[in-house]
Write a new protein. Sequence first.
Length: 140
Amino acid sequence: MLLAFFIFIEAVMNIAHGNFTVEYKDNIIYVVLEGAFNEYSVANWANEIKSIINSLNGDRFSILMDMNLADGGTPESFKVSNQYNAWLNEQNMVAKALIYGSSVLEDMDNTLVASKKNQNTKVFNNVELAESWLQEQFLL
């Protein structure tokens, strides 16, 4: 009985948490995150972004990360995000616009995802301003 309980707990812990959408339009990869994330869900959205970037065959791109409805993540989720951002640093990314739902999430992201410090990023409070800035960066 106890073994069955631990197998159940292991299965539940391997389930991705949080919702996301990833879309590509006009040289911008749009990512919307909602809810709380663990390492499995971060790996899922990171892999979708990587797939889009790989399909661009070296072309330049930008990313708009809308985390307005994100609640945060586990420590492991930030480790996966840090690895993804290290990979992203080796790609042909022009800029990344970030929209946070709270200053706490922004502080956690800045502290725990050190690999994005060398990226051309800017924080916004709405999608329209973020898009406008990304389009300007793409023309530079």
